[in-house]
Structure formats: C-alpha cells, structure tokens
Design a protein around this ligand. Structure first.
Ligand SMILES: Cc1cc2nc3c(=O)[nH]c(=O)nc-3n(C[C@H](O)[C@H](O)[C@H](O)COP(=O)(O)O)c2cc1C
Ligand code: SF4
Length: 513
C-alpha cells in the first residue's frame, strides 16, 4: 500500500508539473557540479522549496486573525513572513504588503532604504557606550559571573540559562569552538529579531563579540533567515562599519572571524540543530541528542548557539546595566508592535500600555507565540517571565503575546495553530509527523460538526504521545497547546461535538477540509 502511494505521488507530480524535465536536468547539473548524488540534491531542494516564491499570502495566526485566508491558486501559503504587527501581510517579488481598509499598501519598513535610513550607525552606538567593554577587553576578562548574577536566559524560546550553557560549552572545549547566532526567526507572532537586527545591529554584533571573547571562540557564524533581506543588509553594514573603525583586528589577532549567512527554510529551521544542518547544506531537520551542540555542533565542532536578542541583552549587561526584553504584541489589540521593557510585565499591562484591545474584553491570550500555550483571561495578570509562566503551566517562549478577543472561537484558533505545526513538521519522527496530521484533521472535523467526544479523548492521547515522544520542541509544543486549549476551554470543544459554536464562526455540516 505504501509503495503504491509513493508511486502514485511521483506519477501525479510528473504528470502535473509542466517543467518537470528542465527541473530534473537542473538537479542533475547541480549534482555533477557539487559531486553529490542527484537524490541528495532532490532531497535538499524539496525540503526548502517553498512553492510560488513570487506571490505569497502569510497564513500565520496574527495574519489569519486579520483576515488572511490560505492563499488561492495564484499564490502560495507562507507560514510566517515576520511582519505580524502589520497583519494581514502578503509578499510579491520580494516586496511585502499590508492590507489596510481594503487597500493593499507596500510595507515601508520592509524596504532596504527604510532600514538604511533608520538603523543605528556605529558612531551613534558608540556614543551611547556601545562596544565600551569590548574596546577595553584584555586577556583574562570574562562575563560569565556577571551573566550568572543577572540570571539572563536565552531568548530564542527555550529560556536556557546563558551562564549554564557557557559552562557546558567550556567543559567540552575552550578553544576552536564556534558561536552560532540564531537569527532564523519563524514563529507566528514573533518579529523582534528582525527589528533588532534591522535597526540596532551593533547591539547584536557587540554581544556576539563579547560572547566569543569570553569563551575564546575564533569563529562566529550569523545565520539569518533568507527572507530577512533588510536585516542581512543591516548586519553586513554593521560589520563593515566595525571593521573600518577597528581594522585590522577583525579576524586576526583580537577579534574572531565573522561570517554572515542567509539561510532558507521556515519555522523548524530555527531549531538550533536544524539550522546547523541547513548551513551545512542538508535538509533543515533537527538532530537527535546527545551529542548536544556544545559537544558537537556545526560541522561537528563544539558550538555555542545564541538567539540574536540574547546577544543584544549581553551587550546591555556588559555596560553595567540590566537588560531589557523585546515583547511582541499582536492579535486583537489596537496597536500591535514590539515593546521593549523590563522582563516581567504582565500581558494586561502590555496590552493596556499599547492602547488597549480592539473590541472590548479579551477571552484568551497566547503568551509565547504558538508554542507557549494558550491561557484564559484569568491569567492575564501573571508576569511574563520564565518562572511565572512555568508555574501556571505555560511557556514564555519568545515573549510574543497574541491577544484573542471574546468573539473568537478557540476551536477555530486551534485549527489554525495545528495547521501551522502540521505544515512545519519536518516529518523526521512519527509522534510529530502523524500527531500534527491527526490533531489538525480532528480540529477540522470539529469545526465541521463531524467529531464526537470520543474523538476529542483520542486527540488528547495523541497530544500526550507527541509531548512524550517527539524529537524536538516543535512536536512537543504542538501536543501541549492542544491539551492547554482543552484544559482551559473544554466547554467549547464539548459544544462543537454537539454542533454548537458560541462565537458563530464554525460552519457545521460541511465536508471536512
Ligand atoms: C521548532 C523550533 C524553532 C526554533 N526557532 C528559533 C528561532 O527562530 N530563533 C532562535 O533563536 N531560536 C529558535 N529555537 C530555539 C533554538 O533551538 C535554541 O534554543 C536557541 O537558538 C538558543 O539560543 P538562546 O539560548 O540564546 O535562546 C527554536 C526551537 C524550535 C524547537
Ligand atoms: S518533533 Fe516534528 S519537527 Fe521536530 S524532529 Fe520530530 S518531526 Fe521534525
């Protein structure tokens, strides 16, 4: 049965793809040129192929909430284009557009000129004390105890204590390791790294150099998501400015060599080991652990991985101050955006300080993008920090709050969430591969009035298996957010098994889609 399915997929592909022959020839010529088997070329290309690159509709949750559909035949669906505060967003010929008041308007901030005119240059950065610690750096200096005191945790989603990671890296090897800067942001609701890299690139560069010097690292690789052209431009410019100012010490003597790479792929490629695979020219799939990246990371070398925002925080701390957190706010609020404040603001204060909600009371919020779970309004006064979130069974993730108003249907929202995870699952492990498929299918059936209470119970078992057995946090988060939704909004799931939708969003009696 499986072989038959596979054969029919290939037949269908060849039959319906008009350019199949030229595509095949191209892959053969790449295979000849790079001396790798054609099957390897096919495998890598198919992983990163994102359909129609000229015309994309963003289907991330913030864009869905503002009216974006799944894309028609002339456009393809993008999981997240990284402009969630300007939702709903589309992309055409590498240009981004936002739809406002029925009009499709070019997004000014996606323009390289905008970035060039608004980014902080090196002189302005130095005038605020930037690179101060780096300039004074002498052998024997080390930031680890300062970082331990501040309790800084990684801001890429996992929230791992920075000092602890440095210790683990040092216990593997103190020399010849690599620092990998993770700027592959791809989770719906999260766009902080893009803004930080575009507008304040020196803060990330400063932090990266400080982390490298503290850990005696001689090579830094900055992996930026390929769609982030403005961010890549800004970081390259920052490196040029730095090299001119402090030349010739970059790459020789005091400072490590720095390489900036534009890396394709979407959400899952932001997982640190998947990012390493993508950089090495393979499919962007997470690796099994152990070994951990600090033992064997990029090209098998001990690798310290940090999120771009974590490094910006390190540069702030090095100046003797505390660090700020960049929270993203989207969904049913008046002024979506990135808000820099002290760690631990509540979602209520975040929403209120940004102008309040769009349509009265909220029903729920997601504190950390799609992977931090979903919470009811009763938890809105919980500080948005790692420990407080963990105590209530949620995750801060990247600190990207998605606000959901009273008139939203949680089953509908969860359908979008699980569709995202299904689309993004790399398929390497079965709990995630089948689980995301199963939960997405179940939610579509619930929306269409075709699932009963036993199906929902079955979904809970699937979700638990995903949490227990998935290789990476994508599959685990996809299972957990489903269980969270049932825990806090179980009544809505029960309603749907009885073909009722309080929000009047679901259209019962349709065929499952
Ligand atoms: C599916 C998935 C996607 C991720 N995407 C990102 C990302 O885009 N950027 C990022 O820095 N970390 C991302 N992470 C977390 C990284 O694996 C890693 O924990 C992080 O880069 C470490 O840096 P930090 O300690 O400074 O947070 C992702 C994790 C998973 C499971
Ligand atoms: S959990 Fe999902 S995304 Fe992660 S390795 Fe398994 S299949 Fe891939």
């Amino acid at each position: 049965m499986k072989n038959l399915e596979r054969r029919s997929i290939i037949e269908e592909y060849v039959r319906s793809y008009p350019d199949y022959e030229s595509d095949r020839r191209l892959k053969y010529s790449i295979s000849e040129k790079l001396k790798v088997p054609p099957s390897k070329v096919q495998s890598v290309v198919s992983f990163f192929d994102q359909g129609n690159r000229e015309n994309k509709v963003c289907s991330g949750l913030p864009c869905y909430l503002k009216g974006n559909g799944k894309g028609g035949s002339s456009s393809s669906q993008a999981s997240c284009l990284g402009y969630c505060d300007k939702a709903p967003v589309t992309e055409k010929d590498h240009r981004f557009f936002s739809i406002a008041g029925g009009e499709t308007l070019p997004l000014e901030e996606s323009n390289k000129d905008y970035v060039a005119n608004n980014r902080q240059g090196i002189d302005s950065y130095i005038a605020t004390g930037g690179y101060g610690t780096l300039i004074k750096w002498t052998d024997g200096m080390d930031l680890i105890s300062t970082l331990e005191k501040t309790g800084l945790r990684g801001m890429g989603g996992a929230g791992f204590p920075v000092a602890m990671k440095w210790k683990s890296f040092r216990s593997s090897i103190a020399r010849d390791g690599v620092l990998l800067v993770n700027a592959h942001e791809g989770e719906p609701g999260t766009f902080k790294d893009r803004i930080i890299l575009e507008l304040t690139p020196h803060s990330v560069l400063d932090g990266a150099l400080l982390a490298a010097l503290s850990n005696r690292i001689r090579k830094v690789v900055i992996g930026i998501k390929s769609e982030y052209e403005g961010a890549t431009f800004s970081v390259k410019k920052a490196l040029d400015e730095f090299t001119q100012k402090f030349s010739p010490s970059i790459g020789s003597g005091r400072f490590p060599e720095i390489e900036i790479m534009s890396v394709p792929g979407s959400y899952v490629t932001g997982e640190e080991t998947a990012l390493m695979e993508a950089i090495q020219g393979n499919r962007g799939e997470p690796r099994l652990r152990p070994p951990f990246p600090t033992e064997a990371g990029l090209y098998g070398t001990p690798t310290l991985v940090h999120n771009a925002e974590t490094l910006a925080a390190i540069s702030e701390i090095a100046l003797g101050g505390d660090f700020t957190k960049s929270y993203c706010l989207t969904g049913d609020v008046k002024r979506p955006g990135m808000y820099r404040t002290k760690m631990g603001i509540t979602a209520r204060d975040l929403v209120e300080s940004s102008g309040g909600t769009e349509t009265g009371d909220l029903k729920a919020f997601m504190p950390g993008g799609l992977s931090g779970g979903i919470l009811p309004l009763s938890k809105i006064d919980t500080p948005l920090d790692y420990d407080s979130m963990r105590k209530i069974g949620a995750g801060l993730g990247t600190g990207s709050v998605i606000a959901l108003s009273r008139d939203r249907c949680i089953v509908d929202i969860m359908t979008e969430v699980e569709d995202f995870f299904r689309l993004e699952s790399c398929g390497k492990c079965f709990p995630c591969r089948y689980g995301t498929e199963g939960l997405s299918g179940l939610l579509h059936r619930l929306k269409n009035g075709q699932a009963n209470a036993a199906d929902v119970e079955g979904g809970k078992e699937v979700a638990q298996t995903m949490i227990d057995g998935s290789i990476c946090a994508l599959g685990q988060a996809a299972g957990k957010v489903f269980l969270d939704a049932i825990k806090h909004f179980g009544n809505e799931f029960t309603d749907h098994t009885e073909k009722k939708c309080e929000a009047n969003v679901c259209n019962f009696g349709r065929r499952a889609n």
